[in-house]
Design a protein around this ligand. Structure first.
Ligand SMILES: Nc1ncnc2c1ncn2[C@@H]1O[C@H](COP(=O)(O)OP(=O)(O)O)[C@@H](O)[C@H]1O
Ligand SMILES: [Mg+2]
Length: 252
């Protein structure tokens, strides 16, 4: 797909397929168009050119109910985007009531289940300001999960967090990936990518430079740009990769 903002061309023909239960990891330098790509996929910011198919249905066609599409493509944001005046439980249940038309009781029950999955049920009655960034992001993930979408898009979900809070969010993401959730994750957490990505896509200046399995990227990336980028990440994020390795070992 293609997308421009005035005369700035941000996406230059990015194309991929996403199978059920896939975990696609998108990474690349700041400004390369990663957020724009996600916002195109769920039609928050429709592409200028190109088509998006969800289960064979063209969702970029005119006359498509975009509200319905957005319930089927969930989003987890870098800065959580929780409602400050709502408790955790209400942040999760509000969409179920408004969009899915659930009763208050039904919505509460579903919301609690979702909070349970991200290990936040005991914080249900806390307001965002009373929660750490990691806890807020887990509520953000519960909100997306609660709608039972076909796909969840994650836009750098851990990049606004203090280092010590990243692990708890990655663990939740690993859990839901392993439970078979179809996900597109923009992240520089290479430990996460290594553990669950079905394919990784390196984006630069709005174009796909290289794509392949985690093994491909960590063993023999072709482009010099990718190699340099991964090297920089290693310096910055090495410890998190080790953290994921540790989590994996504990599970065994
Ligand atoms: N709403 C917007 N209006 C104008 N330019 C934008 C807008 N959103 C993003 N851009 C520009 O598009 C480019 C890609 O942005 P973005 O998709 O946010 O990149 P990334 O998420 O990879 O950092 C950047 O140059 C950014 O400044
Ligand atoms: Mg971004």
């Amino acid at each position: 797909m293609w997308k421009s903002y005035e005369d700035l061309q941000v996406l230059k023909g990015v194309s991929f397929e996403l199978a059920e239960k896939e975990v696609k990891v998108i990474f690349g330098p700041s400004g390369s168009g990663k957020s724009t790509l996600l916002r195109c996929i769920n039609m928050l910011n429709p592409p200028d050119k190109g088509e998006i198919f969800l289960h064979g249905k063209n969702i970029t066609a005119s006359g498509v109910n975009l509200n319905e599409i957005r319930t089927r493509i969930g989003m987890v944001f870098q800065h959580f985007n929780l409602f400050a005046h709502l408790k955790a439980i209400d942040n999760v249940s509000i969409g179920l009531r408004r969009v899915k038309g659930f009763s208050k009781e039904e919505a509460r029950e579903k919301a609690l289940e979702a909070l349970e999955r991200v290990k936040m049920a005991e914080w249900a009655d806390h307001y965002p300001a009373q929660l750490s960034g990691g806890q807020q992001q887990r509520v953000g993930i519960a909100r997306a999960l609660s709608m039972e979408p076909d796909i969840i898009l994650f836009d750098e979900p851990t990049s606004a967090l203090d280092p010590e809070l990243i692990g708890e969010v990655l663990q939740v993401m690993l859990d839901i990936a392993k439970a078979g959730t179809t996900m597109v994750v923009v992240t520089h957490e290479m430990g996460f990518a290594k553990a669950v990505a079905t394919e990784m896509i390196f984006l630069s200046e709005g174009a796909v430079i290289e794509r392949g399995t985690p093994k491909h990227f960590f063993m023999k990336p072709e482009s010099e740009r990718v190699r340099k980028f991964l090297k920089q990440l290693e310096v910055l994020y090495g410890t998190h990769e080790q953290m994921i390795d540790l989590l994996e070992e504990e599970e065994k």
